[in-house]
Design a protein around this ligand. Structure first.
Ligand SMILES: [Zn+2]
Length: 214
């Protein structure tokens, strides 16, 4: 039995969802928040919901208090993906090195993002057994996904490399891309690697069965 476990804590939403016939912002945007546990590591990916929501879902979905969280990983630096990160003030705040470099150059002047960017450390390639960083650039220059391996399956916590189930099924990468070519490559890799994908703004999506399983 693998001791790696993934739970979706809160399901995200887009401000404007093309597949819901929305052409402009209809609501506030929030990321999907994922909890991943491996050994002593208790990791939250993209804590985009407000702190009070994160406090509740962490307790109601996993029975945990914020102090139990050892690490936070940001797929990229975007308010919709980190709004509640202050709840985890004792944890290590991680992002891919290239994303931190980009954020320190381009985003650090933003009053909401600046203090977060200054606290970010470069994520190691392997955060814990079964938890690997996987660069998926395109949506932002240093966007990265988290690969979660259990004995039976690989789940890609993909951030905005895949926005929602509809966007994923239609191969739609969204309109706010830093580099479309890289985003297309990243999207293909996510589909190749993942048995499951956690999109940046939707519930977990099953892509295919593991060979040998019914
Ligand atoms: Zn997003």
């Amino acid at each position: 039995m693998s001791d790696v476990r993934l739970d979706v804590l809160a399901i995200g939403t887009l401000a404007a969802n093309r597949f819901w016939n929305e052409t402009g912002p209809a609501r506030e945007e929030f990321s999907t928040v994922t909890l991943v546990r491996s050994g002593e590591t208790v990791l939250v990916v993209d804590p985009g919901w407000p702190q009070e929501v994160l406090l509740a879902v962490l307790y109601y979905r996993a029975g945990l208090k914020p102090e139990a969280v050892t690490d936070v990983f940001l797929t990229h630096v975007d308010t919709a993906h980190l709004r509640g990160i202050g709840l985890f003030s004792k944890a290590r705040w991680l992002a891919y090195e290239e994303e931190i470099l980009y954020a320190k150059t381009e985003l650090v002047a933003d009053s909401a993002l600046g203090p977060v960017i200054k606290k970010l450390s470069a994520a190691p390639e392997k955060i814990a057994p079964g938890l690997d960083i996987f660069p998926t650039p395109g949506h932002s220059p240093g966007h990265a996904s988290l690969l979660v391996y259990t004995a039976l399956e690989t789940t890609v916590v993909a951030g905005d490399a895949a926005l929602t189930r509809d966007y994923l099924e239609h191969g739609d990468l969204g309109s706010t891309l830093y580099d479309r070519d890289k985003a297309e490559d990243s999207f293909r890799e996510v589909l190749e690697i993942g048995d499951f994908v956690v999109p940046g703004h939707d519930n977990i999506v099953w892509l295919r069965s593991t060979p040998g399983m019914v």
